[in-house]
Write a protein of this length. Structure first.
Length: 208
């Protein structure tokens, strides 16, 4: 059994989607980051960077923070959603790192300035709005000749998709990104994605 510590954000939803896809038994614990619960001493023991998501796997005794590491761990544990052939294996990890280093952090900043603090910094809105558009364009291009990011469905898709689900907040025109839009809908139709997206609370997937 796995304990999942999460909140209703893209980084948290990546892990609940993966747990649903991998059919792993898990128990959800909500860490309300709006109420500073991420700073509770017991939570800091498993997530010293005071951020969700984190997991404790009681089968192995391993606890982990950082969603990229958690996805890699779960894929390795189950042997699922990480291609075995070297080319696609490393491509999936390459794009997982791309998400962790760019598509997540930059879109997080875009959400912060464009959605939650409009009018506070024209510079930041332009900078992160442009970077968000650029990154969506990169992903659209990657998806032009493959169904999923690394060919077959993998943890790279599970990492990127919940961030793309914030497209409206980031002022993204999905109609200008036909490959990404097709991928987005393919994932949105998966029952495990729908279930994982509604953890820890019911949430509706925004469909372009
Ligand atoms: N690189 C981390 C980022 C996690 C992260 O930014 N979590 C946010 C919610 S999406 C959080 O817990 N923020 C609380 C805080 O910063 O105090 C990961 O991918 O797991």
């Amino acid at each position: 059994m796995i304990d999942l510590y999460t909140f209703g954000t893209p980084n948290g939803k990546k892990i609940s989607i993966a747990l649903e896809e991998m059919e792993l038994e898990y128990k959800t614990h909500t860490i309300n980051i709006m109420k500073d619960e991420q700073f509770a001493p017991d939570f800091l023991k498993i997530s010293p960077n005071n951020k969700i998501p984190a997991i404790v796997d009681h089968e192995t005794g391993i606890s982990l923070m950082e969603s990229g590491a958690i996805l890699f761990y779960l894929a390795t544990k189950t042997g699922k959603f990480l291609p075995k052939d070297p080319h696609h294996h490393w491509q999936a990890l390459e794009w997982l790192m791309w998400q962790m280093g760019g598509f997540g952090p930059m879109l997080g900043q875009a959400n912060h300035f464009l959605k939650f603090n409009p009018g506070k910094s024209e510079y930041a809105e332009t900078r992160y709005g442009n970077e968000a558009k650029r990154l969506y364009g990169v992903l659209d291009k990657q998806l032009a000749d493959r169904e999923f990011i690394a060919g077959t469905y993998s943890i790279a898709d599970m990492a990127a998709w919940p961030w793309a689900a914030r497209w409206e907040w980031q002022g993204i025109d999905m109609d200008a990104l036909p490959n990404l839009k097709r991928w987005y809908h393919t994932m949105a139709a998966r029952p495990a994605v729908q279930k994982g997206y509604s953890v820890p609370t019911e949430a509706e997937i925004p469909l372009p």
